[in-house]
Design a protein around this ligand. Structure first.
Ligand code: OFO
Length: 179
């Protein structure tokens, strides 16, 4: 059974993950409009991942006999000045989510809620990976520059990340099948 404080904090996390999903969907649409297919795919998939993160929390709260609340959604930002600005906004968002996960962990530890502490470990690792990935993309943008022709090469680099992610996911699926 979840205590009330943890249940409230988990519900806040549902909202954060849902808002991240909507924000990335809007970014995907923006990238698609700019002809940045690799970046668009990256954000369409990232949006789906954030939704999955939200769903995991909803199921967890219900499994723990708590009360999952589906929040209102923030209107996501639809326009960006540049691809660099867009990825900087992503890094800020991810840092905000990471800080919220750490706060949640403090709450679960305070109340000796071992189950929630264990559940949150997956999110800690996920945030570390996501932040590192966005920093890598920002480094690439810094190296290549974000003007006219550079966009083509930035998009190619992001598409390489899409392909690596797809490979990792199919390897994980194969491992799960053989387990
Ligand atoms: Fe939910 O993984 Fe980032 O925000």
């Amino acid at each position: 059974m979840l205590n009330e404080k943890t249940n409230i904090a988990l519900n806040k996390q549902i909202a954060l993950e849902g808002n991240a999903s909507a924000a990335y969907l809007a970014m995907a649409a923006w990238c698609e409009r700019q002809g940045l297919k690799g970046c668009a795919l990256f954000f369409y998939e990232q949006s789906a991942e954030e939704r999955m993160h939200m769903m995991k929390i909803i199921h967890y709260i219900n499994e723990m006999d708590g009360h999952a609340v589906i929040p209102e959604q923030e209107k996501p930002r639809a326009d960006f000045d540049s691809i660099q600005e867009l990825f900087q906004a992503v890094l800020l968002k991810e840092k905000e989510v990471t800080a919220a996960i750490y706060d949640l962990l403090s709450i679960s530890k305070e109340s000796d809620d071992h189950s929630t502490t264990l559940f949150l470990q997956w999110y800690v690792a996920e945030q570390r990976e996501e932040e590192a990935q966005i920093r890598t993309i920002l480094d690439v943008i810094k190296l290549i520059g974000s003007g006219g022709q550079s966009l083509y090469f930035i998009d190619q680099e992001v598409d390489k990340i899409n392909k690596e992610k797809a490979k990792e996911e199919s390897a994980e699926e194969l491992e799960a099948e053989n387990y």
